[in-house]
Design a protein around this ligand. Structure first.
Ligand code: SF4
Length: 295
């Protein structure tokens, strides 16, 4: 696959894609649909958000199903249940839970880590902004990853379950990972434009990085926003830099649209005249390079 560059009109085409996008239709298919109705405040947004982002693996129907099963384990607000003092009953309720390779005992440990953290801190934003000031977005993500692993405040919690720390990769330690789930969580917390929550006010939206899932990566590669064929932190930086040139204040506003263009089937990921004809970014798409729609 050779180098590909979009047209000079890409900013206008992306804006058009954004303006015409059916946000409500796609929100119903997004993990956010499972937390927006039950978020009450910043604390509950962080707790439910980190659980939803941690489970954001695989297709969206399975993710929403996993969250629904989790919320149904106990009547009442799930964030309250997760932040309550741990009990044998909660451990037993969570024990059989599985979503892909993520297990209930890991979520039970995460709940206890969050409870211990909030005993001394108001928000996960506190950790993020320390890292952001020291070394930028990746360092902020690194700080949050270490908090979630329990580093520094896990005394009395016992050893974590197997595989627990791997749920929260840091771009400083694992640059081959796009760290999509934590990056997605930070997008939800920082952006205050629909469909995100905007509870974190100390992180400028211009600092955000794109949560590079397979759909966003495919379209970014085919629009020439990156030449990197594998997802990695370097690819995250490259795609974000390209989007920042289009919208320096809020580069990640395109993320939901690009992601759900792929999830919904709006983009077939192949040349299909019926679907691609009205696509706003068709003139920039690698698959249509040098081809006219009308035969
Ligand atoms: S032109 Fe077709 S393949 Fe290319 S981005 Fe648009 S819908 Fe997807």
């Amino acid at each position: 696959m050779g180098r590909h560059r979009p047209t000079a009109e890409l900013p206008r085409h992306l804006d058009e894609l954004y303006r015409r996008f059916p946000f409500e239709r796609s929100l119903a298919d997004d993990p956010l649909a499972m937390i927006r109705p039950i978020v009450q405040d910043r604390r509950s947004a962080e707790v439910l958000g980190i659980v939803a982002a941690t489970l954001a693996i695989g297709n969206t129907t399975a993710i929403r199903g996993a969250l629904g099963r989790l919320w149904a384990l106990e009547p009442g607000p799930p964030a309250d249940w997760l932040l309550a003092p741990p009990t044998p009953a909660r451990r037993r309720a969570l024990a059989p839970f599985r979503h892909r390779w993520i297990r209930g005992d890991q979520l039970e440990y995460l709940a206890r880590v969050l409870r211990a953290y909030y005993a001394d801190h108001a928000s996960l934003e506190d950790a993020f902004v320390v890292g952001l000031a020291e070394g930028g977005f990746a360092a902020g993500l690194d700080r949050v990853a270490h908090v979630l692993r329990g580093d520094g405040h896990s005394r009395g919690l016992g050893p974590p379950p197997s595989g627990y720390a791997h749920l929260f990769p840091s771009p400083l330690e694992l640059p081959r990972s796009p760290c999509k789930r934590l990056t997605l969580f930070v997008r939800w917390m920082v952006r205050d434009r629909y469909p995100d929550f905007g509870y974190w006010s100390r992180v400028p939206t211009g600092e955000l990085r794109v949560p590079l899932d397979q759909h966003v990566h495919w379209i970014a590669l085919n629009l020439g926003l990156t030449d990197r064929r594998t997802r990695s932190w370097a690819a995250v930086e490259e795609v974000t830099a390209a989007l920042r040139r289009i919208d320096p204040v809020d580069p990640v506003r395109f993320d939901f649209v690009l992601c759900h263009t792929g999830i919904s089937g709006d983009c077939p990921k192949e040349r299909d005249l019926t679907v691609c004809g009205p696509c706003s970014v068709r003139p920039d798409c690698r698959l249509w390079r040098g081809r006219a729609v009308a035969a």
